[in-house]
Design a protein around this ligand. Structure first.
Ligand code: NIG
Ligand code: FE
Length: 419
């Protein structure tokens, strides 16, 4: 059959409109159609409409009846630490006893624990663990994932992580975008010679560039981790090599990271739980995606980023899981959306904008992903929900019924097919 037609869609969240970041009030314009249909040809959306306009395709189309359900673009998880070995459930008791995230890191646990496990793991062990994670993400409606390295802190393990992600990008239906995050922690042997580690990071990204293994570079700019100056030096170099740049900014301590992200031309600044008002203005001015990670606040029991104020100031917000073994061991992007709505007071329309088109912008993919409109990749999710509000309101469960990527069905009735 030449076409796929999906008809009888109760609510079709198209988000159609211009390419690029949706900011401020525009985040609440999700362009939802009722009683809608769309047409797919060669893996792309070709037509979107309402009523019976699809009937002209009937003779040459596979017709899918959505039975009045909700369809959105494939969800995009724009901030994850996908590839790592092992887990850190032993930190739970420490957390409950009152140790903070930075306390655990300072004691040589936290990220360093996962660095040790990831360094020891074989390529295949890492691949298998990450593939399981991707399967869970796909089952929850995620069709694109950003994957950061940063659990090696030396070249060979960083390369191993990036190669695992690249292999999975080729094997798994989810599209994976690699980010180098060797600037995730200062290894203990460089504690007294930090410039040497920055120099090493620069050497690493030259090699990673040669092997074309990452599109972005990211830095954990935080009190006691990488300073503003170190972040500036490294990201300026990364940019000069042609990488897109990102920052973990103002996660715990307000250091002006968001303003630095604007100054350097970062595509996104992520976390932003402690960002000051004046720094939010800079994000809005620079159209830097404010990539917020509510599951991290939930899991660390810390404050939430002030999404309402950011949107009021004209920022473009994205929402992601921050999936990682320490501060957000959860693949469920629907839950991140629900927490963003319930705890950060974002509307369901803002939240779906944040996990589709704005997330696509933060990965440089908005030409092809993030909306349902003619010319874009036919990535979409059929939810067993009558409308978008219901997806948020019934929280903590998986609403996904079917997932299509590039017009190909990859989840049917909540089960992965053909992988
Ligand atoms: O985004 N903040 C730094 N990195 C991760 C946590 C990584 C870890 O604890 O393993 C984050 O929260
Ligand atoms: Fe992170």
């Amino acid at each position: 059959m030449r076409y796929i037609v999906v008809k009888n869609i109760g609510e079709l969240v198209t988000l159609k409109g211009s390419k690029g970041l949706r900011t401020g009030k525009d985040m609440n314009e999700a362009q939802i159609l009722k009683n809608a249909y769309f047409v797919v040809e060669n893996g792309k959306f070709t037509e979107v409409g309402t009523g019976l306009g699809y009937q002209k395709y009937q003779a040459s189309a596979l017709i899918i009846d959505a039975q009045g359900k909700l369809i959105t673009p494939g969800l995009i998880d724009s901030h994850t630490h996908l590839v790592h070995a092992g887990s850190r459930e032993h930190e739970l008791a420490m957390k409950l006893a009152g140790y903070t995230y930075l306390d655990i890191l300072k004691q040589g646990g936290g990220i360093f624990d996962t660095v040790a496990q990831t360094t020891q793991a074989s390529f295949n062990d890492l691949l298998n663990q990450s593939q399981k994670t991707l399967n869970r993400m796909l089952l929850h409606g995620t069709t694109v994932v950003e994957a950061k390295s940063g659990y090696g802190l030396e070249l060979s393990t960083e390369l191993k992580q990036l190669e695992v992600a690249k292999t999975l990008d080729q094997r798994h239906p989810i599209k994976i975008i690699n980010t180098f995050m060797g600037a995730h922690a200062i290894p203990p042997q460089y504690k007294d010679n930090r410039p040497k580690f920055i120099a090493l990071l620069k050497e690493m990204i030259k090699e990673i560039k040669k092997q074309n293994l990452a599109k972005f570079c990211d830095v954990f700019c935080e009190d006691g981790v990488f300073s503003l100056e170190e972040t500036r030096e490294f990201l300026t170099f990364a940019k000069s090599l042609g990488y897109g740049i990102k920052m973990h900014a103002d996660e715990i301590v307000s250091m002006g990271g968001a303003s630095l992200a604007q100054e350097l031309g970062c595509i996104s600044a992520d976390h932003l739980m402690a960002t000051k008002e004046s720094d939010m203005d800079q994000l809005a001015k620079g159209r830097v995606v404010a990539n917020l990670l509510p599951l991290t606040s939930f899991y660390l029991n810390s404050n939430y980023a002030n999404a309402r104020l950011m949107i009021k100031k004209g920022c473009g917000v994205a929402i992601a899981t921050d999936y990682n073994p320490g501060s957000s061991p959860c693949e469920n992007l629907q839950l991140a959306m629900q927490v963003a709505c319930l705890k950060m007071k974002m509307t369901p329309k803002e939240v779906i904008t944040a996990t589709t088109i704005n997330a696509a912008v933060s990965l440089g993919l908005d030409e092809t992903k993030g909306t349902i409109e003619g010319g874009k990749d036919a990535d979409f999710v059929i939810f067993d929900c009558p409308n978008l509000d219901y997806l948020i309101y019934r929280f903590g469960i998986n609403h996904v019924e079917d997932v299509y990527i590039g017009g190909k069905q990859v989840v049917s009735q909540g089960r992965i097919i053909g992988v």
